[in-house]
Ligand binder design. Structure first.
Ligand code: GZL
Length: 357
């Protein structure tokens, strides 16, 4: 039973009860303790429009929602996979409205184009929670957003690279970077790309090229193969997620070149984002990925906290960011500072790997 059906049920129960009392002069009935407990334990139905299954991060994000919203805790979680197409996600939201779910959780593939369907959800009186990437829509159309500060992630990567280059006496004008971007228009892509562009502008690095890698390993490999055909002087690859980095590393090694942190010796340094799996930690331990900015996929517990607040009639914070670490192959740069905040670098060891699946 969804929230509103439960509400209709309660309304008809009260109507019958009042008619009964009026009709037969019954003593006023009170809802029994058991019925109160049953009402408070009604199943909460959640429709989750997940954008796809394109990356390890996405799989971890879906898993976090599944592990949080279990039936033994009184939830029914309905997940629709958008296969990275906004049209599929819009259809999923309309399906959830038809199903009269209690809450809609949306992980939007890109930021624009959501107003109409979010207005339909509002008309249906179904609260919407946005997770992960943001929507460029009227803030009154959703309860809140839970996710990452993607531009900060980009700034962290750029500041680490700057400190690393300084420590190795590598001149800024000898840094030749290519950017394998995420899905164009996704908040993660916008924030991470802008972080790099700010660094290129500030330090005078040579940004040779940038193009979309769609957060997938296959596309990351394809894009890197093209870059290697076009440029013979690449020494830094900025991959906007780990799966693109895995593909880029395959392409670089297949070309006979070496990935690693020793740029002066001719290595191509790979920088990445997400850092959610043991595989990524292994790549960092092996100096195949030299730096990775963590991006926390475990949104389930935070979404549950928001739903519990809403259930209790409380107003959640409109925007809440999740905490994230940064990882490196070595301790050349022990920490970075941005806007007065210090971010320690986790040097990846075999023990670090054990923290990941
Ligand atoms: C970031 C998320 C991005 C990840 C990618 O929060 O939106 O989408 O960085 C994923 O791995 O595909």
């Amino acid at each position: 039973m969804t929230r509103k059906n439960w509400g209709k049920g309660l309304l008809s129960f009260v109507l019958i009860l009042s008619l009964g009392i009026a009709g037969c002069g019954m003593k006023k009935q009170t809802v029994s303790t058991d019925e109160k407990r049953e009402n408070s334990q009604r199943e909460i139905v959640i429709g989750f429009s997940q954008l796809g299954a394109e990356s390890d991060w996405r799989s971890a994000n879906t898993q976090s929602m599944k592990e949080t919203f279990t039936s033994d805790k009184g939830y029914r979680l309905i997940i629709e996979d958008g296969q990275q197409q906004q049209a599929n996600q819009i259809m999923a939201i309309r399906k959830f409205i038809q199903q009269d779910v209690d809450y809609i959780v949306l992980a939007p593939v890109t930021e624009t184009g959501w107003d109409t369907v979010l207005e339909e959800a509002r008309e249906a009186k179904i609260p919407v929670i946005i997770v992960d990437r943001k929507v460029d829509a009227d803030g009154s159309l959703y309860q809140c957003w839970v996710g990452s500060d993607f531009n900060l992630e980009g700034k962290k990567a750029v500041e680490w690279l700057h400190q690393y280059l300084v420590s190795k006496d590598i001149p800024d004008n000898e840094v030749n970077i290519v950017d394998i971007q995420g899905t164009i228009g996704a908040s993660a892509q916008i924030g991470r790309t802008n972080g790099l562009l700010e660094g290129v502008d500030k330090y005078g690095w040579n940004l040779l090229d940038m193009t979309v890698g769609d957060f997938t390993q296959a596309k990351g490999r394809e894009v890197m193969e093209d870059f290697l055909k076009k440029y013979d002087n690449i020494n830094v690859v900025y991959c906007e997620n780990d799966n693109e980095a895995f593909g880029a590393i395959e392409a670089i090694e297949d070309s006979g070149k070496k990935v690693g942190s020793d740029i002066a010796a001719g290595d191509i340094m790979v920088i990445s984002f997400d850092a959610v799996t043991k595989n990524t930690m292994k790549h960092i331990l092996q100096d195949k990925i030299t730096f990775a900015a963590g991006c926390n996929p475990h949104h389930g517990p935070r979404v549950e906290a928001v739903i519990q607040q809403l259930e209790a009639g409380k107003k959640p914070d409109k925007y809440s960011f999740v905490e994230e670490r940064i990882y490196s192959h070595d301790a050349t740069v022990p920490s970075i500072e941005l806007n007065g905040t210090n971010y320690p670098v986790t040097v990846v060891t075999k023990d670090t790997m054990e923290e990941f699946e």
